[in-house]
Design a protein around this ligand. Structure first.
Ligand code: ATP
Ligand code: MG
Length: 385
């Protein structure tokens, strides 16, 4: 008797001609989160994906597979031969192992040659359960457990359907540059866009020694946590100190934040060329801070050469915190290592920057900025989640 996980996918089944591509990608992503389990096999089979656990702990594998985007639901199941005695024995044993008062049996028959029809066979197996377990009864409408029997080439038996996260398989929409700080918001933003099928290349601007190496470790830890959903992805740790210091030295204080943002975007433009990115993603939410007004978002975005996705734009901080808690990044995000030293934060930041005034300030940097951008990209450290 083999233990397997039945994986059902939904939205991706609707994608017409791309269907096979989506399914193959989903198989690849499931394999990727099960990388450490050498003998686990993942196969596509008749409209679903089957994970052969090969003796590994079922709950451990379920927890990993459940986090893969593009899955509608999963069921831990056993696979047995198409033999009535074995089916009866298996269902009797499962009933004994489980705690319930009411149940029903449902049968699906892909193999129409099977001697009994689905209804007859469900009723027959219901009788087996009643005979083998005391104190239980059948409830067709609202049972505590539903034993499901699928008769195909082989027979699958299961009694649990665990919801998946939905979404699209990571990678099917291309790659995005995820501006990942150590805060609460950007990991949630990365999670949301990955759920729409975008594979992130994370970019963290590190102002060492104004920002400590512990802040960098924190960002890498956040990448590891969202990696449980997304699989392995690349992280650029960009040395950002020289450029920031030049901005502070040469430009009006109230513009610092917005200028820093525009140079972050320009560095991301360069990384985008190297990595084939089709968009950038940030954790910005309208009105949350001075740099997140309409005017500021416009001026920041103007420096980027790609669309900027801001999936949190219409959410409240409390809603974002709730999501961060759900996906498991919150506790790490609130660790106290500042992601930006206070010398880089103006006392009275501009909330309605004017593009022409900002461009005037950038004129003061025009001789040095291109080299500083180039060096920052070249000297980036590369990590993986
Ligand atoms: P977060 O919680 O994601 O840090 P925040 O509310 O602190 O966001 P800001 O600090 O204004 O907001 O940053 C807005 C967005 O800019 C972040 O969500 C992130 O995408 C990007 N960002 C800011 N600082 C950095 C950094 N040091 N490295 C990479 N991205 C950054
Ligand atoms: Mg922040």
């Amino acid at each position: 008797m083999n233990e397997v996980i039945l994986v059902r996918y939904g939205e991706i089944a609707l994608k017409g001609l791309n269907r096979n591509y989506f399914i193959d990608l989903l198989v690849k992503n499931i394999k990727s989160v099960l990388d450490d389990y050498e003998n686990v096999k993942v196969k596509k089979f008749q409209g679903r994906i089957i994970v052969y656990t090969n003796g590994y702990d079922m709950n451990e594998l379920l927890e990993k597979v459940q986090k893969v985007f593009g899955i509608v639901s999963i069921s831990p199941a056993v696979v047995i031969d198409k033999d009535i005695d074995i089916i009866e024995e298996t269902i009797a044993q499962r009933a004994l192992d489980k705690d319930f008062k009411t149940f029903r049996v449902s049968t699906k028959r892909a193999d129409k040659k099977f001697p009994m029809n689905s209804q007859e066979f469900s009723a027959h197996l219901g009788g087996i359960v009643l005979k083998n377990k005391d104190g239980v009864k059948v409830d067709l409408h609202n049972p505590d457990v539903e034993f499901q029997v699928e008769i195909r080439e082989e027979v699958y038996i299961y009694d649990e359907v665990i919801p998946g996260l939905g979404g699209l398989p990571v990678g099917c929409s291309g790659k995005t540059g995820l501006l990942l700080s150590g805060g609460i918001d950007s990991p949630v933003a990365g999670y949301m866009m990955a759920k729409r099928g975008l594979e992130p290349v994370a970019i963290y601007y590190h102002a060492f020694p104004y920002t400590s190496d512990r802040a960098k470790e924190k960002v890498l830890k956040l990448a590891e946590i969202i990696g449980q959903y997304i699989g392995k992805f690349k992280i650029y740790v960009v040395p950002f100190t020289d450029l920031q210091l030049k901005i502070i030295e040469l430009c009006p204080e109230k513009q610092i934040t917005i200028l820093i943002r525009r140079y972050m975007a320009r560095i991301a433009n360069e990384i985008a060329k190297k990595e084939g990115l089709g968009s950038l993603t940030t954790g910005e939410s309208l009105g949350q801070v001075a740099s997140q007004t309409q005017e500021s978002l416009f001026v920041t975005g103007e420096a980027a050469k790609l669309p900027i996705f801001r999936p949190l734009i219409g959410l409240d901080k409390l809603e974002i915190i709730e999501m961060a808690q759900q996906i498991g990044t919150y506790e790490t995000s609130i660790l106290p290592y500042e992601d930006c030293c206070t010398i880089f934060v103006p006392k009275h930041p501009e909330t309605k920057p004017k593009l022409d005034k900002i461009k005037e300030s950038e004129e003061l940097l025009k001789d040095i900025a291109p080299d500083l951008i180039k060096e920052a990209v070249e000297n980036s450290e590369i990590y993986y989640s």
